[in-house]
Design a protein around this ligand. Structure first.
Ligand SMILES: CCCCCCCC/C=C\CCCCCCCCCCCC(=O)SCCNC(=O)CCNC(=O)[C@H](O)C(C)(C)COP(=O)(O)OP(=O)(O)OC[C@H]1O[C@@H](n2cnc3c(N)ncnc32)[C@H](O)[C@@H]1OP(=O)(O)O
Ligand SMILES: Cc1cc2nc3c(=O)[nH]c(=O)nc-3n(C[C@H](O)[C@H](O)[C@H](O)COP(=O)(O)OP(=O)(O)OC[C@H]3O[C@@H](n4cnc5c(N)ncnc54)[C@H](O)[C@@H]3O)c2cc1C
Length: 661
């Protein structure tokens, strides 16, 4: 049933919705992909993979045991890896597609293809890259990124695993001194990987030099047995992503060669002399690039969810809008439009902003290779902010889409539950959201204080320095709304800094004063990032060269995004005096108009996300809209339906029923 395109083959409601499309769908698809060529390549790869029966699930994942789920996904991902090699598809190219949606329950090679590979690229010396790069690319070495410990995730400086240099043998001795030092969580580490980049406290010449990355072989490359001195296993069932074999790892005085310290930024010489990096946080670089990747990854989950919920809302009829008239499509209800349309706009806003951060990442990486780390704090701030806001918005958006589908949204076959469990993981992993927003706030407060003293600050926070006098915004144009965000953000930073200072003046030490202000500080981090996203979205929409119809719809989406977030955050605007209560009423009225206008384009807008049925994998969201047939077919797959009377009847129900007779 999957993948039928064209006017025929879909239910009448969807055919009608598509007939009213006011823009060039292909242009929107190209914008989301990042260019026409990328769309072409993405489709080539998706055609190749989706057409392959080896990726089909015979039994829905939810009916499988923990072990069978893992085995099924390993089978599929190994097939995928072989196909990638055969057809010369790189991990980066795979990243432009949604092919990993063929893996329903997490990717056992996900960490290998992302953080492990990126750690080798970013933290290993050129010689080390020659040594391990090819082996990793060939999948001879399958690695993960082992940083988090049972007792320490956020606070990297608190890691307990030690790597003590022994100059006599020119080796590091890796050791897990306590239960809390057990590495805990790394994806693929339980059973799949035979190597890892391990973050451990480097000790040399009787001094601890802080957390550093080491290449560590964990299993025999031939037998796959765990090497002596290492204890490895899988951590057990999780909320979602259960095929990703997140693992635990302990070291018992396990020796590795000196040259296994990743030496791009810092080195230990044969005699144990430590050579410092040009910036102490360069060893955290893999997390920075992954945060940008995760921002994109969770928006893709949101794009799936909103596609499913929008198509379903066009097909589903419920209640009476006008008494006595036929049941309308639920998409006619304004509340339903409010649940869905802002999230369609979010997909554009977040993808375009993450792309901007990715380009800052490219520039800063080039700077660092020339010895310039001036822009690293700004990159850390942007990547932390975009990851946190994207994960939060995507998760809330996916959940809203699930709720928007009523009871059927609760069915596993809708795919909305598993989209939720994967999106929400992004709030925690790769830096817990609150913690990352506090990092953004730290940079804002520091920059604001520097600016007040007349010191130069970097571009993304220069507005703090030039904070204009608070005034009521005279008009409500897009530009004015972005400016209102900027002014409110500057005002919140100013107010929070004043509170921080007041507490210090009253005798609190700085860390306690910081903690006392941290609810407001998180808001500062969030508002600054929202301002960045709004500014990037507007500037991308203004500069994009597309046909009139496409420009029109983008402008409308951007306007909805701005109005939606201004009204959601109205407290900040009222408090800073940038908008009045009357302005907010005007914007709320405009929101009604925008919802009504965009409602007509809702289905074409999600079609433009161009997510194939095989990758959407939803009974509610398929292109042809045949929701009820699919729900029924999926129900028939329940193992309980194999027999009319279940075994449990004979074992438990019958004795109960008969006893009461
Ligand atoms: C559209 C195009 C997009 C293209 C993108 C392409 C990219 C593709 C790449 C990847 C694909 C992604 C695929 C995703 C699949 C992967 C799934 C991942 C699974 C999850 C894996 C993990 O979870 S790994 C573990 C992650 N762990 C964390 O993130 C821990 C979080 N904690 C921290 O980061 C830090 O400890 C901390 C920041 C919270 C604090 O650090 P610390 O205590 O050391 O510092 P201080 O608070 O004392 O601060 C000192 C000083 O340092 C600054 N700083 C901190 N971190 C950094 C940094 N990373 N870089 C630069 N500077 C940093 C801090 O701000 C302070 O600065 P001051 O100047 O002193 O104020
Ligand atoms: C699905 C999944 C996959 C993962 N994959 C990997 C992997 O491959 N490799 C790896 O190394 N790790 C991995 N992790 C671990 C992940 O990176 C950590 O769980 C994450 O960084 C959060 O750290 P934590 O668990 O220690 O939470 P904690 O830091 O203990 O957080 C608990 C609470 O404390 C709060 N908190 C902590 N510090 C502060 C602070 N300074 N200020 C205010 N509040 C604070 C947090 O906001 C949170 O509410 C994975 C985790 C998950 C869920």
């Amino acid at each position: 049933m999957a993948g039928v395109k064209g006017a025929a083959g879909c239910v009448e409601e969807l055919r009608r919705e598509r007939a009213g499309c006011s823009f060039n769908m292909e242009e929107l698809t190209n914008i989301l992909d990042g260019g026409k060529d990328i769309t072409t390549r993405r489709r080539e790869i998706e055609d190749l993979m989706c057409g392959d029966p080896a990726f089909k699930d015979e039994v829905p994942t939810e009916y499988l045991s923990h072990e069978d789920r893992y085995t099924t996904e390993v089978r599929k991902v190994c097939h995928l890896a072989r196909k990638m090699a055969q057809h010369n598809i790189s991990s980066r190219e795979l990243g432009i597609t949604s092919v990993t949606n063929l893996l329903r329950d997490g990717n056992p090679l996900g960490l290998h293809q992302s953080m492990f590979t990126n750690a080798l690229l970013g933290l290993a010396s050129p010689e080390q890259q020659r040594r391990w790069g090819r082996l990793a690319q060939n999948n001879t070495i399958i690695g993960t990124y082992a940083q988090t410990e049972m007792g320490h995730g956020t606070f990297i400086r608190g890691l307990e695993t030690t790597a003590t240099y022994d100059p006599k043998t020119e080796e590091f001795i890796l050791h897990s001194p306590t239960i809390t030092a057990t590495k805990w969580w790394p994806g693929g580490m339980g059973k799949t990987c035979n190597a890892a980049i391990v973050m451990a406290q480097l000790h040399t010449q009787d001094e601890c030099r802080g957390p550093h990355p080491f290449f560590v072989q964990l299993r025999d490359l031939d037998t796959h047995h765990t090497l002596p001195g290492i204890t490895l296993g899988e951590i057990g069932p999780r909320l979602g992503l259960n095929s990703q074999d997140n693992g635990y790892l302990r070291f018992d005085h396990y020796r590795i060669p000196r040259t296994n310290l990743l030496m791009r930024h810092s080195q230990v010489l044969q005699d144990g002399t430590y050579i410092k990096p040009i910036h102490t946080k360069l060893s955290y670089g893999t997390m920075i690039v992954t945060r940008v990747g995760i921002a994109v990854l969770c928006v893709k989950k949101l794009a799936c969810a909103v596609t499913i919920a929008t198509r379903y809302s066009a097909v589903r009829h419920q209640s009476e809008l006008v008494p006595g008239e036929p049941e309308p499509q639920i998409l006619e209800y304004q509340t339903q439009q409010y649940k869905l349309l802002p999230h369609i706009a979010s997909v554009y806003a977040l993808i375009l902003s993450a792309r901007s951060v990715a380009s800052v990442h490219g520039k800063v990486t080039a700077d660092i290779s020339r010895g310039n780390v001036d822009f690293l704090p700004e990159l850390h701030t942007l990547s932390s902010g975009i990851k946190a806001v994207s994960a939060q918005d995507s998760t809330q958006g996916v959940e809203t889409c699930r709720l928007a589908c009523g009871g059927h949204g609760y069915m596993a076959s809708s795919r909305l539950p598993s989209l939720y469990t994967s999106a929400t993981s992004c709030i925690t992993l790769e830096g817990e959201n609150t913690v990352l927003l506090l990092q953004v706030a730290r940079y804002l407060i520091k920059s604001y204080r520097a600016a007040v003293k007349g010191k130069p600050v970097l571009p993304s926070v220069s507005y703090l320095a030039a904070s204009p006098p608070v005034h009521h915004t005279p008009e409500l144009s897009n530009k004015a709304l972005v400016e209102a965000f900027r002014t409110s953000s500057a005002s919140l930073v100013r107010e929070t800094e004043a509170n921080l200072q007041r507490l210090c003046d009253m005798g609190q030490n700085y860390p306690h004063a910081w903690n006392s202000c941290s609810v407001a500080l998180v808001r500062c981090g969030e508002l600054h990032t929202r301002y960045y996203i709004c500014e990037r979205f507007l500037s991308s929409v203004e500069s994009v060269a597309v046909s009139e119809g496409t420009k029109g719809i983008l402008v409308c989406l951007c306007r909805l995004y701005l109005v939606y977030h201004v009204t959601l955050n109205q407290g900040h605007f009222l408090r800073s005096g940038t908008l009045s209560a009357a302005d907010l009423s005007t914007l709320e009225e405009e929101m009604s108009d925008l919802l009504a206008r965009l409602r007509k384009q809702a289905v074409p807008l999600v079609d433009a996300f161009d997510i194939r049925d095989e990758l959407l994998a939803s009974t509610l969201g398929a292109w042809d809209g045949r929701v009820y047939e699919r729900l029924y077919d999926e129900a028939l797959k329940s193992p309980l339906n194999k027999t009319d009377v279940p075994k449990a009847y004979y074992k438990y129900l019958r004795p109960l029923i008969k006893a009461s007779l």
